[in-house]
Design a binder for this molecule. Structure first.
Ligand SMILES: Nc1ncnc2c1ncn2[C@@H]1O[C@H](COP(=O)(O)OP(=O)(O)O)[C@@H](O)[C@H]1O
Ligand SMILES: [Mg+2]
Length: 480
């Protein structure tokens, strides 16, 4: 006999305790009477007609103008009006091209993008991305409030459904970008229920960028490095900070280092900036050796160079003590940039424990005390995990090139960077030099691409700027 007590939880009971003829509950099917549906459609139609002049003033007044002209004046006058309007627009475009572009072209484009992309695909994309609950219930769909276009991106202002938060949207940026065929999606939070989604229309960073022109004046707080995804120049600060550049092999760490060196050239030339270079792989920096005040490649000389930097920094700090709180780069007190390629080679991978310890101590001292006295460390690293580099928090500024895993993004750029769209782990190998950075004063990571300084560019830089008179007088102190 079947014993229901011993049966597994998933087993079907052979005898139901409820007899077959007992009452069964069914969801009642209530059909809405047609009159209600028709009333609702009519109400919606009327509301759209009444609101149309307010929602689309230009389109409605144009149509009204055309109809009124044809009705009262005839086709000849309409043709004349069209020709005059066309001439007016052409004149506007010719005389004030910028305002014509922003007030006419970009607005027309925004309307087109709203109709053709966002309105058409909004519901399916949001449902598939998990941001809307059902295909049927409109009230569970976030609403597009407006679409505006800048030269490079669409900005879609969205009112979220009550019960969802901007963080939900931030977690779906990859799906949204795919859904609207954009290279990326960035979320700006305006309020608890209002966000702006920014979709670039095309990827300005897809093509490699030639080395930027060498500036006439060097601004140590804004060195031109490459391009931002919004088309502006990516500028990086070195004075008063330290920069850690992280990326897998081939991610383009060299292009970040060389773009910075290139931007410093006039200051290297006049002696107000000195670059000390450490190149454990002997691949990256050796090519530009005459540009550097100091250069080291073996572990022993590299550590000696770092310790010598610490000593000079401390001497300068002692000189400044009580007299001067900030550093201004001069030929007597130059700004010293210590460039460290493949820093983990010294701090983690080197077999000699003493070398590792000394290197780590020197880097920690330089980064924690050097900022205000004109010493900066610009380091490159492949693996941001703590075991390999526990000094990364001493670098206030970071550049996240292509990384292996999503978790590494937050390690490099700080908590929530990944959620805010810094998808450094999704950068493809075919775009070396593309990175995410946080710009000063903004928590939102920005995608950038470093300009590519080729070997020929470096050769030309060396021919023009190195070795400068200021550099030759620097004593070597046994450093290679
Ligand atoms: N900014 C860039 N733009 C275009 N190509 C680049 C850029 N940076 C690097 N590359 C290409 O990628 C290769 C590897 O770059 P590299 O800087 O040596 O990588 P990493 O130092 O991160 O291992 C270079 O030889 C070059 O061909
Ligand atoms: Mg390299």
């Amino acid at each position: 006999m079947f014993n229901s007590r011993n049966a597994g939880a998933t087993q079907v009971q052979p005898t139901s305790p409820v007899p077959a003829h007992a009452i069964r509950f069914r969801t009642p099917v209530v059909e809405t009477p047609a009159v209600f549906l028709i009333t609702r459609w009519v109400w919606r139609l009327l509301r759209s007609v009444v609101l149309a002049p307010f929602r689309f003033p230009v389109a409605v007044s144009t149509v009204a103008g055309v109809v009124a002209t044809v009705h009262y004046l005839g086709w000849v006058w309409l043709s004349l009006g069209v020709a005059l309007s066309g001439a007016g627009l052409a004149g506007w475009w010719w005389r004030w091209p910028l305002s014509f572009r922003s007030l006419v072209v970009l607005r027309a484009l925004a309307t087109w993008r709203w109709l053709w992309v966002y309105r058409r695909h909004w519901q399916p994309v949001l449902v598939v991305a998990g941001l809307a609950e059902s295909y049927q219930e409109r009230q569970y769909l976030p609403q597009v409030k407006s679409v505006t276009c800048s030269e490079w991106a669409d900005r879609v202002r969205v009112r979220l459904v009550a019960g969802t938060s901007p963080a939900d949207v931030e977690n779906r940026v990859v799906e949204l970008a795919h859904g609207f065929a954009a290279p990326s999606c960035r979320v700006t939070v305006l309020g608890p229920r209002d966000v702006v989604l920014e979709f670039p229309r095309r990827d300005l960073l897809a093509e490699p960028l030639d080395a930027l022109p060498i500036p006439d004046e060097v601004d140590l707080c804004a060195l031109p490095m490459g391009l931002r995804e919004d088309g502006q120049t990516w500028r990086m600060r070195l004075h008063g900070t330290h920069v850690l550049t992280v990326g897998v092999t081939g991610a383009g760490k060299g292009s970040v280092i060389w773009s910075a060196i290139r931007a410093l050239l006039p200051a290297i030339d006049d002696g107000t900036v000195r670059v000390w270079a450490i190149d454990p792989k002997r691949m990256e920096l050796s090519y530009g050796r005459p540009l550097f005040a100091r250069y080291a490649d073996s572990a022993e000389t590299s550590v000696a160079l770092l310790e010598s930097a610490v000593e000079q920094m401390q001497q300068r700090a002692a000189r400044y003590a009580g007299r001067q709180r900030t550093h201004t780069a001069t030929a007597d007190d130059p700004f010293v940039v210590v460039i460290l390629d493949e820093v983990a080679f010294l701090t983690a991978y080197h077999p000699d424990r003493d070398i590792r310890r000394r290197a780590e101590n020197a880097i920690a001292t330089l980064t924690s005390q050097g900022r205000s006295v004109g010493f900066c460390v610009l380091a490159a690293l492949q693996d941001p995990r703590k075991e390999v580099m526990n000094l990364r928090n001493l670098f206030p500024d970071k550049v996240a090139l292509r990384l292996d895993e999503a978790s590494q993004v937050d390690m490099v750029l700080g908590e929530d960077a990944h959620e805010r769209g810094a998808n450094a782990h999704l950068i493809t190998p075919d775009v070396p030099g593309v990175a995410f950075v946080r710009l000063e004063g903004s928590p939102i990571p920005v995608r950038v691409r470093a300009a590519y300084v080729t070997d020929d560019d470096i050769a030309a830089m060396v021919a023009e700027y190195g070795p400068s008179p200021g550099l030759r007088s620097v004593p070597g102190e046994g450093v290679a």
